[in-house]
Design a protein around this ligand. Sequence first.
Ligand code: NAD
Length: 498
Amino acid sequence: MSTIAHLINGEIVFRSGRTTAVYNPALGAAIRQVELADASTVQQAIEAAQAAFPAWRNTPPAKRAQVMFRFKQLLEANKDKIAALISEEHGKTLEDALGELQRGIENVEYACGAPELLKGEYNRNVGPAIDSWSDFQPLGVVAGITPFNFPAMVPLWMYPLAIVCGNCFILKPSERDPSSTLLIAELLHEAGLPKGVLNVVNGDKAAVDALIEAPEVKAISFVGSTPIAEYIYREANKHGKRVQALGGAKNHAVVLPDADLDNAVNALMGAAYGSCGERCMAISVVVAVGDQVADALIERLVPKIQALKIGAGTACGLDMGPLVSAAARDKVKGYIDAGVAQGAKLVVDGRQLVVPGCEDGYFVGGTLFDQVTPQMSIYQEEIFGPVLCVVRAASLEQAMQLINDHEYGNGTCLFTRDGEAARLFCDEIEVGMVGVNVPLPVPVSYHSFGGWKRSLFGDLHAYGPDGVRFYTKRKTITQRWPQRASHEAAQFAFPSNG
Ligand code: NAD
């Protein structure tokens, strides 16, 4: 069985320490193993990044951008190979893996604009013969810790931008599906990235804690579940670092009586069951306004859920693959059991699904609950599986109150033809990413991604303009060149234009 190692200072490094198995979730079989870095391996990566920083910081942004242009071309040339690895280890369909990679490539395209993004701000004559400008300088060595559900896209949210801003980066990907992430990092070296600018350490909590504790690491970007996001935000803050920690979600779609129901149902199918529900922007709750809307939605959803094409993600033309692990499958089934026990009406039950040829795979079929109430655990907690809950509300205001009362605030969507309702929803909803007739309102690369409430700890969202701010520190320079003949008396009052 092959072993996935680390990428440090431009070389693949084996340390023969602890390892863990990497599975093909469609087969329920271990296919590789991955090394789990200890503190000394993390330190080796930090030292490589520190050594690379002075030269990289002084490399012109246009030269850094040229590396990103070549990287984009290599990602496109290798997209089928990358998607196959994602699909094999994560379980998502090939089409979905290609979609995730494309969104990641769009972040690389944004990073290609480095000279424009780092232009700074300038004012002439802020005072007599005084000019002032703000410069955005790199932080130094920064780190990213990423989840299993987007092994290509989420790392690409982080390091292309951090690197074009002049930083050196250490990535700690998910240990559950590390192969595509490592291949992509190797492609960036093939594109001409100097050694040590990007380092990948595979591992678990031990590697994360070593990054948090290292004084050389100036900032941490994290994406994953809320308990770990909160832990990383708190601990990294204690160590004086800049942190953005993106957490879990419970995304509601509200359907009003005037919505185009057929379109809403198709949108809900993809948003609830795509990637087997393992997306932080997945819709997991539909709030139907009025019983008629709820009944009509359920009538349309049931045959589509029963017709979902489910199998090994690596086969073409499927709607859904397996969950990532046996533990994830058992957790999702446990939530379905809890929903039944707590009195929700189980309309479609995915617990018994068996996929021929993949009998040991971690599959759960599309599942639908009706009559879900805010007191139930299937409403309150992130299930991260193919389970959609219908909650019935009497009005838009009641639907919005539910969303605003929920602990998470990542994404939400309203289906309607009523502009006034849409405007109220966009103004008043306590959620970071809002769709109107758009079920997965994931911001494009030149906006920024982030939730509110317990879906994000920190001030700045990921990638886009917020990403540039996160990976740079502002320096403001005020410079005076008086004419040679002028002489000034000492001034003891605070300088101003008064
Ligand atoms: P996770 O929190 O288990 O793991 C994320 C990362 O943290 C991994 O690299 C993992 O190795 C590391 N980690 C795990 N336990 C740790 C610990 N005790 N101490 C330190 N590090 C630890 O998340 P996951 O299961 O890989 O991903 C799914 C979760 O990520 C879901 O909750 C999903 O909503 C969330 N997610 C959020 C976003 C977002 O943008 N808000 C995007 C994708 C995924």
